[in-house]
Write a new protein. Structure first.
Length: 246
């Protein structure tokens, strides 16, 4: 006999007011912008036993936190409200890219010597901007979709399988899209380095998710208790372009 799913609010039901949804959204967008602004274009490395250098993108140290917050959003608030946050992050990335382009393009005042360094840090090419936005969009929606579907399939059990499984798909797609689109054929990014970074990004991001699973459990449990709801996406339109409710 198959046990029925635990009582849960449908994806369209919600309390009169979400208490922490806006704060979680703000944390998601903040980490997304800072990880793209500061760390995306810098390759770094660690020295493995034996002296081999293993390269990785510096942004990998913080960017995976946005996926963890994405897991929290989908698990606690449902796919539809996570979709709203993903589009908010996408719009914020677009504005950041536009602002960076305008500021870098403005003529420097006489006597200011920082223009060259400013261009190097903030003057990302259209390739990096486009790659970052496409990879974010595809990876986050894949992550949220997989987690929401798995929650229904597992009847709300084994949260770790959903958070890690969705990260494997979402972060893998993100890394596979971003680095080839942004850096393939660019000086300083030979193909062997490029694919090493792609694989290391995927592995490190997934490892981060697994390592922080106890913290994810605590945050999700705390938010569910405070919000007083358990949402299953049993009747949700999973199109990224559907109108979000809530």
């Amino acid at each position: 006999m198959v046990n029925p799913a635990p009582p849960a609010a449908p994806s369209t039901a919600e309390p009169p007011r979400w208490r922490y949804y806006d704060l979680v959204m703000a944390a998601f967008v903040t980490i997304l912008l800072l990880s793209n602004l500061i760390g995306a274009a810098k390759p770094s490395f660690i020295t493995l036993p034996g002296g081999t250098e293993w390269s990785f993108g510096a942004g990998v140290l913080f960017f995976p936190v946005s996926y963890i917050i994405g897991d929290v959003l989908t698990e606690v608030y449902g796919y539809a409200r996570a979709r709203r946050v993903i589009w908010t992050g996408f719009a914020a990335l677009a504005f950041m890219a536009f602002m960076a382009w305008v500021v870098v393009a403005l003529p420097a005042a006489a006597g200011w010597t920082g223009q060259e360094a400013y261009e190097q840090v903030f003057g990302n090419t259209w390739r990096i901007v486009a790659a970052s936005m496409i990879a974010f969009w595809a990876g986050e929606f894949a992550n949220s979709y997989v987690l929401a579907r798995m929650k229904v399939w597992t009847r709300g059990k084994a949260l770790w399988s959903r958070t890690i499984g969705s990260t494997v798909v979402g972060q893998g797609l993100d890394s596979l899209i971003f680095y080839p689109l942004a850096f393939y054929g660019v000086a300083g990014w030979p193909p062997e380095l490029l694919w090493q970074v792609v694989l290391s990004q995927w592995a490190i991001k997934t490892a981060w998710e697994a390592l922080l699973t106890p913290f994810t459990y605590l945050v999700i449990g705390w938010l569910k208790k405070r919000e007083g709801v358990e949402i299953y996406d049993t009747d949700t339109d999973f199109s990224p372009f559907a109108r979000s409710r809530g």
